[in-house]
Design a protein around this ligand. Structure first.
Ligand code: ZN
Length: 282
């Protein structure tokens, strides 16, 4: 576990996203949850030593940010209003015979926890639109809607400590997932993240970083858009694009054990960007 502020911690070596938490005089505020059940229950035991857990915010609806929610029963879950439907859609995958069978191959320690009756799904119930500011035990915590990587994407800014958790609007030197993103909203949100002028950025994946990485993150998104724009300009259909060699625009490997997804991910990025670019110039 990494201490990144006087009262703020994150873990960047889980399988899945970088969850974190803020310790206040009135309990703990969590950002995201570990995807593997055994990681979530261990994470909870670590956090419990810092105080009672008061709130949890999910920065986005992808499974690696929300699948651990079940292991924090009784904690109020916060999310941008678009999170509710996405969480409900994802719930059947969280406890399924497919997941149990996969886990028997990949994570035996988690199997017994997966269908444990103490841990039903724990969706966001406190929803916000543009932003939600909480005063908790001497800390101000701002949840800010920054659509991009996903539509309900949320940043969590703790101004007193100069720390912002961006979720997957930032992939620090690991492969950027653009499989459902609106790239132009994402670039706009990167400018808004820069304007927070935080000292430390906790990305969704990869090491903590700072504003100096934002330009490179924007470049990777711009380069993907440029490659797909080029295909469109050459008159290629989406099927023809998918036959082409994959564009080599992202210099980084997939982070945090998500590597089996590499080729499928490039295909999903093309499937996402192509119709958006065609629609934009129509
Ligand atoms: Zn994501």
């Amino acid at each position: 576990m990494r201490k990144i502020g006087d009262n703020i911690y994150t873990e960047i070596y889980f399988w899945g996203c970088n969850p974190g938490f803020v310790v206040t005089n009135d309990g703990v505020f969590m950002i995201d949850t570990p995807q593997q059940p055994i990681d979530s229950v261990r994470w909870r035991e670590v956090i419990d030593t810092h105080g009672p857990i008061r709130h949890l915010v999910n920065t986005e609806p992808h499974p690696d940010h929300i699948m651990g929610n079940a292991f924090f029963p009784g904690v109020e879950v916060i999310g941008q209003k678009g999170m509710k439907v996405r969480y409900d859609e994802a719930t059947p995958q969280m406890v399924s015979s497919e997941r149990t069978e996969l886990m028997k191959q990949t994570d035996l320690d988690s199997v017994w926890l997966l269908e444990h009756p103490s841990y039903p799904p724990n969706p966001p119930t406190r929803l916000f639109d543009d932003s939600l500011t909480l005063e908790l035990g001497g800390q101000t915590i701002q949840c800010i809607h920054h659509p991009g990587h996903t539509a309900p994407q949320t940043s969590v800014f703790i101004p007193k400590e100069g720390v912002v958790f961006t979720g997957d609007n930032i992939f620090n030197r690991v492969k950027t997932f653009i499989q459902e993103a609106d790239p132009w909203q994402w670039l706009d949100s990167l400018d808004k993240i820069a304007a927070l002028d935080a000292d430390v950025i906790v990305p969704g994946h990869g090491e903590p970083c700072d504003n100096s990485y934002l330009g490179e993150q924007a470049q990777i998104i711009n380069d993907w858009v440029g490659e797909v724009q080029d295909f469109v300009d050459r008159g290629l259909t989406l099927d023809e694009v998918l036959e082409q060699p994959r564009p080599k625009v992202d210099p980084y490997p997939i982070g945090q054990r998500l590597f089996p997804m590499t080729d499928g991910l490039d295909q999903r990025i093309l499937n996402n960007l192509y119709p958006r670019i065609v629609a934009r110039q129509a």
